[in-house]
Design a protein around this ligand. Structure first.
Ligand code: FAD
Length: 367
């Protein structure tokens, strides 16, 4: 199995900058991106037509460390920025595995094993460039865990009952859009909209659109207090999600449970995102909990990652850059003291961090 100098997790501005720098330094590298495109994080989170600013924080000297990744100074819309990125990716022949979700790291005899949903990779160093929007996990038992996080193609759900999970605007919007697509196709199969709490929480405009869809004949069935329980593979090899729809206490520890099971390919979980802190915990990367007096930028109770310059985590050989370490981190200074550092979540900072981290990796591997 190939031994990489560096495996880069995430193909946003930070990950792509790492790849460009690694290639320039002659390092053997691979980028792993869970989405189907490079810059998937930006594709998913920027509204259509949003102008992209090449902001450099006042405290930073600039210029933009890799010009090919710099948003245009005319603040062009995101669609044009993504075209520029495509050209940049072709020019630098970025080696990336798309649709490959990073799951875990194992340390073995002075090197790392990076584990993804499909495979594992040997590497000397890792750069975590997975941004700040880590999906909240479904939290189910069992081997089947992969569900869609957004509605990519409504046509894939025509003719099949679909479960949309989540109690907020994103889930309501997906339920209404899907129902509309089913109506247009004269498909009467239901859209189940489930939430683990009793009450759903959506904005007025979203509620109005959803109400209109129901009045127009949309077959939306609302399931409050639905709890995802088990992700299983059935006897035909189909991945299914079992959700509990009712739980009645019969006394003396006995419960009457009712549930429904959906093929995972017809489940869309709009259950939000969280910062990467739980993931850092799972990887045993050290963080500090902010308390009054310690942090000025981080809110009380927030967990800030501990980093040694340049962006090396508490585990030697693992670096964290970009959105993943925003809005602040704790720097371990040379004398061993700690200092809270502000870290703006910007394309510039992700690219700058990446360049510094990979330069450090290259210098360390020369020794
Ligand atoms: C609406 C909006 C507008 C913004 N506007 C601007 C702007 O105008 N100018 C500016 O400078 N900044 C802007 N930002 C901030 C900027 O987009 C971020 O700072 C930047 O994208 C961070 O880059 P990154 O590479 O660290 O993370 P991301 O861009 O989030 O990239 C992370 C990548 O990692 C992938 N990933 C995540 N988890 C995994 C996993 N487990 N396995 C494999 N891959 C994974 C994601 O799919 C994603 O492609 C904006 C942000 C938002 C949300």
């Amino acid at each position: 199995m190939t031994l990489y100098d560096v495996v880069i997790v995430g193909a946003g501005p930070g990950g792509v900058a790492c790849a460009i720098k690694a290639s320039e330094k002659g390092l053997k590298y691979l980028v792993l991106e869970k989405g189907k495109s490079l810059f998937q994080g930006i594709i998913d989170s920027y509204p259509r037509g949003k102008r992209v600013y090449p902001t450099i924080p006042k405290s930073e000297p600039g210029p933009f460390p890799i010009e090919d990744l710099m948003p245009d100074s005319n603040n062009d819309p995101v669609e044009e920025y993504l075209i520029k990125i495509e050209t940049c990716v072709r020019k630098h022949r970025i080696r990336v595995n798309l649709n490959e979700e990073f799951l875990d790291i194992k340390r073995e005899q002075g090197e790392f094993n990076v584990i993804t949903r499909q495979s594992r990779y040997r590497t000397r160093n890792i750069v975590l460039a997975f941004g700040s929007n880590i999906p909240v996990e479904l939290g189910v038992y069992g081997e089947a865990k992969t569900v869609a996080r957004k509605l990519d193609n409504p046509a894939e759900h025509i003719g099949a009952p679909t479960l949309v999970l989540g109690g907020g605007n994103a889930a309501a919007d997906v339920a209404a859009t899907l129902s509309k697509a089913k109506r247009a196709a004269d498909d009467h199969t239901p859209v189940y909209w489930g939430h683990k709490k009793e009450h759903f929480k959506v904005d007025k405009e979203v509620a109005r659109d959803l109400g209109e869809e129901i009045l127009l004949g949309g077959n939306i069935k609302i399931l409050p207090a639905v709890v995802p329980k088990i992700g299983e593979v059935d006897k035909d090899g189909v991945e299914r999600l079992l959700v509990q729809t009712q739980n009645v206490q019969l006394g003396q520890g006995v419960e009457l449970q009712q549930g429904m099971s959906f093929p995972m390919k017809h489940v869309i979980a709009c259950i939000g995102t969280q910062g990467p802190s739980p993931l850092f915990d799972r990887l045993s990367i050290q963080q500090i909990t902010c308390t009054e007096g310690i942090c000025k930028i981080g809110k009380e109770g927030a967990r800030l990652i501990l980093l040694r310059p340049p962006y090396q985590t508490s585990i030697r050989g693992i670096y964290a850059v970009g959105g993943a370490i925003s809005p602040a981190y704790i720097e371990i200074e040379e004398q061993g003291s700690f200092k809270e550092r502000k870290h703006s979540n910007l394309i510039f900072t992700a690219v700058r961090d990446a360049v510094e981290a990979v330069e450090h990796i290259a210098a360390s591997s020369d020794q």
